[in-house]
Design a protein around this ligand. Structure first.
Ligand code: KIV
Ligand code: ZN
Length: 527
């Protein structure tokens, strides 16, 4: 079978027919998961990590969708050096122009344009005849090509599209200049054999198929997204669209970590390579989960907390004799190392800086001094400090950024004899303010105190606590999701005291809402 590497700039070596291009869409399709919205800083952090881990193409957003999306694509385009940066566009001229504008600073810009081609979507959603859709395929791809040499075209709901029409559209898209043909299983309906056959059929029947890279974009409604993507690769696709932790619309997309590790682990039956540094997978999973508030289920493949845990006695015995009895890949290969006791009370600035470097953090001087102060305070409270503690602490420091509302101190009275009371001091725009409030339980009392102090009330959609390490002195990492006027944000906070972590998380969410508010109507905080 012939395999297409096309003239796609994302594939640095077009002669390498076994190399699979990893196209990450965490920041676009992933962000479409309800509640997973991310702000600019968060998107920049994720994009930087994706690039560092060797992701070939980063779909950074849908520029016409909002100013926020435009800005994110534009800023990521300015910063990326190696990865191709992609912006999504419907087939309309305005969409393509907006994507091209956002991508202007990119070293390697890609426009991804799409239109639905299934009878169902054409009739009910687009209310267009097939010939009109066909014409839009030609027009949109040609127009996108007038801005960049790298154009990805997708027939939305491709797996439910009539084959002859799909072949006609794909041929026309390639003729109009598409360098990549992406086949979306938009509703996660396909099964692996069927999906593989569809890719094979297109490569075999479309006369100019050798001029483009074929790609998969599989949704997970039946839990088959990864299996379908791999079947696509086996049939000749050389790009996989996927997301960290499988984030995405409805049941999500194919999980990047599963695709990459399946290819790495089963070289015997899938002799394909990717450019991804798999040792960074755990870090990426953690970052996306912390930012979005979407926790990873413990038994999730590759990145779940139990993915490398061995509970039964028989398994533990086998592991002690030879790890490969029950482990098909090593924890180290996904960046999971034994929790290491790193430092303690006596560690100084130099050791702390070195540790940060080892964990992949670079901080400005002020942020470093703040993080070091918090590390010392933590070391006073917690006997053993692990890598995970440092990561939680530094992440917490990074998310604070230029917050207008800052935590100063908290005293809580709680227990079976209410009322639970929180005595909270915050710094708001540089001024210390204090408030006592009661509530239905200590968390409610803390949140009520914050609301009273800031005069700011948002709807709490999610409150989640996670222990960073084992032990009763572990740091708690709290995530909240707040909603105001249809806008949702996630807030994070970490501390050895769960209530302090909760206050920090709630304030982090409020600070993000404030930034959104400021963009539309700058205001002072009432109290
Ligand atoms: O699922 C889908 O069809 C998409 C397209 C925009 C590629 O996300
Ligand atoms: Zn999708």
């Amino acid at each position: 079978m012939s395999v297409n590497t096309g003239s796609n700039p994302a594939n640095s070596d077009p002669a390498d027919s076994d190399r699979v291009i990893i196209f990450d869409t965490t920041l676009r399709d992933g962000e479409q998961s309800p509640g997973a919205s991310m702000n600019l800083d968060e998107k920049l952090r994720i994009a930087a990590l994706l690039e560092e881990m060797g992701v070939d193409v980063i779909e950074a957003g849908f520029p016409i969708a909002s100013n926020g999306d435009f800005e994110a694509v534009n800023e990521i385009a300015k910063r990326a050096k190696n990865s191709t940066i992609c912006g999504l566009a419907r087939s309309a001229k305005g969409d393509i122009e907006r994507a091209a504008e956002a991508l202007k600073p990119a070293v390697r810009p890609r426009i991804h344009t799409f239109i639905a081609t299934s009878p169902l979507h054409m009739k009910f959603k687009l209310q267009m005849e097939p010939d009109e859709v066909y014409q839009q395929v030609v027009d949109s791809v040609s127009y996108a090509r007038s801005f960049t040499d790298d154009v990805d075209w997708s027939p939305e709901d491709g797996t439910r599209t009539e084959h002859d029409f799909l072949c006609r559209c794909v041929e026309a898209a390639i003729k109009a200049g598409a360098t990549c043909i992406n086949l979306p299983d938009t509703v996660g309906y396909a099964v692996p054999e069927e999906f593989g056959n569809l890719v094979r059929m297109l490569i075999e029947r479309v006369p100019n198929s050798d001029k483009a890279v074929f790609s998969t974009h599989c949704h997970n409604d039946l839990g088959l997204a990864v299996a379908n993507s791999l079947a696509g690769v086996d049939a000749g696709a050389r790009q996989v669209e996927c997301t960290i932790n499988g984030l995405g619309e409805r049941a999500g997309n194919a999980a990047l970590e599963e695709i990459v590790m399946a290819l790495r682990t089963r070289q015997d039956v899938m002799p394909y390579t990717t450019n991804v540094k798999t040792e960074m997978i755990t870090k990426a999973s953690r970052l996306v989960s912390t930012i979005t508030g979407f926790t990873v289920q413990p038994n999730k493949a590759i990145v779940g907390a139990n993915a490398f845990a061995h509970e039964s006695g028989i398994h533990q015995d086998g592991m002690l004799k030879n790890a490969s009895t029950y482990e098909i890949m090593t924890p180290e290969s996904v960046g999971l190392s034994e929790s290491k006791l790193v430092m303690g009370k006596l560690s100084g600035r130099a050791a702390f800086k070195e540790k940060l470097g080892e964990l992949g953090y670079e901080m400005g001087d002020n942020a470093f001094q703040d993080a070091f102060r918090r590390f010392k305070a933590l070391a006073d409270k917690k006997r053993e400090i692990f890598d995970e503690d440092i990561v939680a602490l530094v992440d917490d420091e990074i998310v604070r950024g230029n917050d207008r509302i800052r935590f100063v101190s908290l005293q809580v009275v709680c227990g079976s004899e209410g009322p639970q009371t929180a005595d909270l001091t915050l710094e708001i725009d540089g001024e210390a303010r204090q408030m006592k409030a009661t509530g239905d339980g200590p968390v409610d009392a803390v949140f009520n105190a914050i609301k009273e102090l800031t005069g700011y009330s948002a709807r709490l959609q999610l409150y989640q606590v996670h222990a960073v390490t084992g032990g009763t002195d572990a740091q708690a990492e709290v995530t909240v999701r707040l909603e105001e006027g249809g806008k949702t944000v996630n807030g994070q906070g970490a501390d050895t005291d769960t209530l302090v972590a909760s206050a920090r998380a709630y304030m982090n969410g409020l600070n993000k809402l404030l930034v959104k508010r400021e963009k539309t109507a700058p205001s002072a905080l009432s109290a």
